[in-house]
Design a protein around this ligand. Structure first.
Ligand SMILES: [Zn+2]
Length: 368
């Protein structure tokens, strides 16, 4: 399988994040993508290539122009204003209640560099650094190059090793380690170029609130997500079963939230439901938001999946018989990330599960 990867992500050199008011070591670090790339190279069955530039057009087909402008300007403006830190994190976040009952025009985007992030962000765990905008753009190009490989390159499946991830980014909002929604931009591009409906299968541990919001009123892009129930897990606000879309989009969102401790069997049963729903719609391409934070050792998840289940999941998704644009999302247990991605992708290619690690044989990435 072809793997699209850009070293530009290394400039998004996140080391710390603010969670529950504390500055703590970051989960979404550069080593994640590096681990996956190195493991896929060690497997020998994957060919890694860099993305091509696609410009802002496909981004603006999904995102508000204001957030793209903000992401580009935020760090240089902060630096020019003497911002004292190496990262930009919101101070006052514009909660819905702040302007409740007031006209839209009273929602001001302040020019103050330290205040502006709060107009666009929904959490404090998604810092903007000097290299963030370039990395976010490269992640979009990575996704779009994977689309090119599938639509024009004759590939049955391609993997975009996107970093930063994207599925929490809504049309006008960033957060959850995500700035631009790679999967949504890819799906929109596929819909535009093929004229067919597109399905997005999101198997990240967290609900892809951004993707759901972007396609909420659309019938031509089906969003199906398996994730930790928002009664206990981030992003809390969205991901509930009763969110099915509205208007033309009613019935084109399917949320399958899972309990703590979700086993391989529970997850694969949910996957079968998701695939059954996807198979009911027309379309020849499925975008997969492939988060690996469903792994049993993930530091911010509580599912119990093992590496062989990722292989089986990839196999079942490929059995749909549709072309696959597979894009990296979350997954924070760095030692296992490469093997779990490798297992999923080998499953999707019809190659057997290989229980021997391609990298670091004997390492404790899955010792139990
Ligand atoms: Zn996640």
């Amino acid at each position: 399988m072809r793997v699209v990867y850009s070293p530009v992500h290394l400039g998004h050199a996140v080391t710390m994040q603010t969670v529950l008011g504390e500055r703590v070591p970051a989960n979404e670090v550069a080593a994640r993508a590096e681990r996956i790339r190195a493991t896929l190279l060690a497997d020998g069955g994957f060919a890694v290539a860099e993305p091509t530039e696609h410009g802002p057009g496909p981004i603006l087909a999904v995102h508000d122009a204001g957030i793209l402008r903000f992401l580009e300007e935020a760090w240089p403006a902060a630096r020019a204003s003497g911002h004292p830190y190496d990262h930009l994190t919101p101070e006052a976040i514009m909660a819905a209640g702040m302007t409740e009952g007031m006209a839209e025009r009273f929602r001001h985007e302040t020019p103050a560099p330290d205040g502006r992030p709060g107009y666009w962000a929904f959490d404090t765990s998604t810092p903007i650094l000097a290299g963030t905008f370039a990395a976010a753009r490269a992640a979009v190009d990575t996704a779009l190059t994977a689309v090119d490989l599938v639509l024009d390159g004759g590939e049955t499946a391609a993997y975009g090793l996107c970093r930063p991830p994207g599925h929490h980014a809504a049309r006008s909002m960033y957060g959850g380690f995500c700035y631009l929604n790679n999967a949504a931009i890819a799906a929109e591009e596929i819909a535009r170029r093929t004229g067919e409906p597109v399905a997005i299968l999101d198997v990240d541990y967290h609900h892809g609130n951004g993707t759901e919001q972007i396609f909420w009123r659309r019938a031509d892009v089906l969003y199906v997500s398996i994730h930790a129930h928002p009664d206990r897990a981030y992003p809390y606000v969205l991901g509930w079963e009763d969110e099915v879309g509205e208007g033309l989009g009613e019935g084109y969102t399917l949320n399958l939230p899972q309990p703590a401790g979700c086993t391989n069997e529970q997850f694969l049963d949910a996957l079968d439901l998701a695939l059954y729903r996807i198979s009911a719609e027309e379309g020849s391409v499925v975008v997969v938001s492939l988060g690996l934070d469903t792994y049993r050792l993930d530091p911010i998840g509580d599912f119990a999946l093992t590496t062989d289940a990722f292989h089986e999941a990839g196999r079942r998704v490929a059995a749909l018989g549709r072309r696959l644009v597979i894009l990296a999302e979350g997954g924070y247990h760095v030692p296992s990330l490469g093997e779990n991605a490798r297992a999923w992708l080998r499953g999707a290619e019809g190659r057997p599960f290989d229980p021997r690690p391609a990298l670091d044989p004997g390492a404790a990435w899955d010792a139990a």
